[in-house]
Design a protein around this ligand. Sequence first.
Ligand SMILES: [Zn+2]
Ligand SMILES: [Zn+2]
Length: 293
Amino acid sequence: MKKKIDWTTTLFLIVSHTIGIVGTGIYVYFNGIHPLEIVNFILFYILTGLSITAGYHRYFSHRSYDCHPFLCLFYAIFGACAWENSILRWCSDHRMHHKHVDTDLDPYNIKKGGWYAHIGWIFHKRENLNLNNVKDLQMDPIIRWQHKYYVPIAILVGSGLPFLIGLLVDRPWGGLLWGGFFRVMFVHHATFFINSLAHMVGAQPYTTQDSSRDSWWLAFLTYGEGYHNFHHKFQADYRNGIRWYHWDPSKWVIALCSKFKLTTRLNRTPSRIIQNARLSNPQPNIGCELVRL
Ligand SMILES: [Zn+2]
Ligand SMILES: [Zn+2]
């Protein structure tokens, strides 16, 4: 049966990409670039992207550490501004991905192709959606509040704040374009790469039971989520890159927050268990990752 198109999401993606590329291009052509617009872009790229990886992914979906309500609220607000749906919806999809990886029940099943896993799956209406696998999250009033007001939060903070920052230098539309539309596009594709490229290219040092892969260069584009083979094997670990030199800003932020008691109970898989996984991996496709524990 042919799947129906989800027109709301499809139009949102078309409009956000068009304004992000064409709108920003036209604005720059006529008005040039103010340094504050670059700051606006970087600031919101970091705040919203990390709220997805350290917040939506490693905290809400996997509970790989505990979080102070203040940080939880921060993740809820800036995660919404990434326009990747509410915490409940995102985590439900992500838990389905881990539980049913590489099967028809995996929302972004890589077996349906790189394009489908990257963005194609979002265009389709999904049947029988429920939130049964995130009942634990539904107990949290911050998460329930964010689910209810996801769109107003995303508009007010994700677009309103960059607009106000732009207003400081009399360039509000530049602020909105750089910190809003153009930035959203980059954050979107950083997340989408984890669903596509992180299941297509790279090494499989820890498990060959699924399609997940590790690659250091993808970690640079995805706030540290490129070590995806490790993550699929050890989902409860707050780290994705386990070596100190592995580029994993999400891990560093979580560890830094622990110094201020904003995060606690950071879960680390014992290195003995990690080593065992590597040694018992029957077909270790080490690829470019020749690092040994
Ligand atoms: Zn995950
Ligand atoms: Zn995955």
